[in-house]
Write a protein of this length. Structure first.
Length: 359
């Protein structure tokens, strides 16, 4: 049966990977929604749209071409310049709520619509505020902190009951993949940091705080989980944690990173990347010229991800362990997994081959 999906946030870490997963599927038509044009080859049709503009959204999705939409993947996200503080900011919460409401105002009413995917994360377990219960499980009650997740979830659930379509809520942890300027892109942050250190003649040093145990989620694995949940009838109206299936310690991952860039690994040296790395923007430009890389500035590649890296690495202290259970997804039938160390090696090597990072 022919399916037609609208992917919101189509150039972000998640949206980009969902499009990649569906590209070879002839039974899926793909529409990507993003402010920017795609920076990669795709058969998807792209629409440029400001999701905070209710009238523009209604006008766009009232067009005949959207009358047969069967699926929505909502991966759009608004973040404030002060990334971490913004996670509890009322304006950020209100904006993310408004964007989702506008996105579904027309599409959610279409008789053809069958499924909506909503993205959350470990902030659902309060991991950004205090040590979370280990492991985080989907059946736990909502964390009481302010969070746009709950506003969006309530809207989707209410709309679903009214119109009869199904939904899935996916909760990955530290999504890793490539996307220009994503505010939470550990892959680009690690790759650019290592490249600059090597250019400066320095060994690779882990820049964070004390070790902690955490998980990562390959963006491609998450995309496969999203497509699986959208198609499996037994997954209707369920929430799933999604992670690679193993655990990691960031300091240990840096051993593999050092191997990719063929540079020595030295003892950790805490460093606030959000302060230190922008000062090396000229060094990055030198690397781009020297290795004939794609002409992306450091800011274009990283965005607010230095702030995210500082938080994830626990620069200013001892970050708590953060682990989620993926047992529920396995019980429902999603058994895919990824070795996290191998993931970083593969993804960094792919960025080198694409001339985003130097070899």
């Amino acid at each position: 049966m022919q399916k037609k999906v609208v992917v919101f946030g189509a150039l972000g870490l998640v949206g980009r990977s969902v499009i990649k997963a569906l590209e070879p599927r002839a039974d899926w038509q793909i529409v990507g929604v993003s402010r920017r044009a795609p920076d990669f080859a795709t058969r998807a049709r792209f629409v440029s749209l400001d999701l905070t503009d209710a009238r523009a959204c209604r006008r766009c999705f009232s067009a005949p071409e959207f009358a047969d939409v069967t699926h929505v993947v909502y991966a759009a996200l608004y973040e404030k310049p002060e990334l971490i503080a913004g996670w509890r900011d009322q304006e950020q919460i209100a904006t993310n709520t408004t964007m989702l409401v506008n996105a579904l105002a027309v599409l959610g009413d279409q008789p053809s619509l069958r499924h909506v995917t909503l993205l959350q994360g470990t902030k659902a377990y309060g991991a950004h505020i205090a040590p979370m219960r280990i492991p985080g499980r989907e059946r736990e009650p909502r964390h009481p902190s302010a969070n746009f997740y709950w506003n969006q979830e309530d809207h989707v659930k209410a709309f679903s009951r009214e119109r009869g379509w199904a939904y899935s809520i996916m909760r990955p942890q530290v999504v890793c993949g490539f996307a220009l300027g994503s505010p939470m892109n550990m892959l680009s942050a690690i790759g650019v940091y290592a490249s600059v250190q090597r250019e400066l003649g320095e060994p690779l040093r882990y820049p964070g705080g004390a070790p902690n145990v955490i998980q990562a989620t390959d963006a491609d694995l998450l995309a496969r989980a999203i497509v699986w949940a959208a198609e499996a009838p037994g997954c209707a109206n369920e929430t799933f944690n999604v992670a690679n299936g193993d655990v990691m310690v960031w300091r240990e991952i840096f051993r593999a990173v050092a191997g990719v860039f063929r540079m020595p690994l030295a003892e950790p040296k805490p460093q606030r990347l959000a302060d230190a790395m922008p000062k090396h923007a000229d060094v990055w430009q030198r690397i781009v010229t020297k290795h004939e890389l794609a002409a992306h500035s450091m800011d274009e590649l990283i965005g607010a991800s230095w702030q995210f890296a500082d938080a994830v690495f626990g620069y200013d202290g001892s970050p708590p362990d953060a682990l989620v259970s993926t047992v529920k997804a396995r019980k429902f039938g999603f058994t895919d997994c990824v070795d996290t160390e191998e993931m970083f090696v593969r993804q960094l090597t792919e960025l080198q081959a694409a001339r985003i990072l130097p070899r």
